[in-house]
Write a new protein. Structure first.
Length: 272
């Protein structure tokens, strides 16, 4: 089976990374948020996406000691180049009931990018970097990287039926992929060999997807990562409902190639 899971990001670090170490100093985990910008040109299939959502905030997490060493040198506002893989992982999510104070624990999934290669390509000015670029110039630098700021290429099979959402102006189709890993994440569970990203297509592409795809269909997607805050309902044992915010990351296609087990339109017959 064909495998592909390629992420290329070039963006600005939103805040100082978080690095977790054991008592003996062993590096365990590093986490940071990268501010990316979408391409300036937008193909017809996602022209309906709101133009005021230019930026996306992509979570980056690494459990590799070598990668963590590099992340420790990164500071807020630095411009970073990253090559990685789109990763999903089961996760326990916690919050507290706003009515009774009870801790609510629920099973969830966390989505992030696992870096394979990471490098700082421009330092922001700070006490440790007096010769860095002025923070006010960060947006200009980010825009200059737009062509490679947020790129995803992935192959996967639909693991559930696609869902159609009709709005007043356009159609949205959302579906979940099962994408087999071709890159081994050494620090992850050795049984974890598949990631499950969500895809959200818009407009003309959404119309094609809802007609062509079903559970088991294999697709190749060239797109970008969309991040957004979504309200989630959590209920405590006493029945109190709580609305909390969660970060959702999805893949928005620039194009979708139908590889296998797809319902394609019949070619038009030409008259002699």
């Amino acid at each position: 089976m064909a495998k592909e899971n390629f992420v290329l990001l070039s963006g600005q670090i939103y805040r100082d990374p978080t690095v977790v170490s054991a008592d003996d100093g062993t590096l365990l985990k590093a986490y940071m948020i990268m501010k990316t910008i979408r391409r300036h040109y937008v193909r017809e299939n996602i022209a309906e996406v709101s133009s005021n959502r230019t930026f996306d905030f992509v979570p980056i997490a690494s459990f590799s000691p070598e990668c963590i060493k590099t992340i420790k040198t990164i500071r807020a506002n630095d411009i970073v180049l990253l090559r990685g893989v789109y990763t999903t992982k089961p996760n326990i999510k916690k919050c507290f009931c706003s009515v009774c104070g009870e801790e609510i624990v629920s099973q969830g999934v966390v989505t992030f990018i696992t870096p394979i290669f990471i490098r700082v390509i421009d330092r922001a000015k700070c006490a440790e970097e007096p010769n860095g670029f002025d923070i006010l110039d960060g947006l200009t630098k980010l825009k200059s990287h737009a062509e490679i700021s947020n790129c995803v290429k992935i192959i996967g099979n639909l693991c559930r039926e696609p869902e159609r959402v009709n709005t007043q102006n356009f159609t949205i189709t959302q579906y979940q992929l099962a994408s087999n890993r071709k890159f081994l994440i050494k620090e992850d569970d050795p049984e974890a060999k598949t990631d499950y990203p969500w895809v959200k297509s818009y407009g003309a592409q959404a119309e094609m997807d809802i007609n062509a795809l079903h559970t088991g269909s294999m697709v190749f997607i060239d797109g970008c990562i969309q991040s957004r805050r979504v309200p989630v309902t959590r209920v405590c044992s006493k029945g109190h409902e709580n609305i909390v915010e969660d970060l959702a990351c999805e893949i928005v296609p620039y194009s979708v190639e139908y590889l296998a087990d797809c319902v394609l339109p019949e070619p038009e017959e030409k008259e002699e």
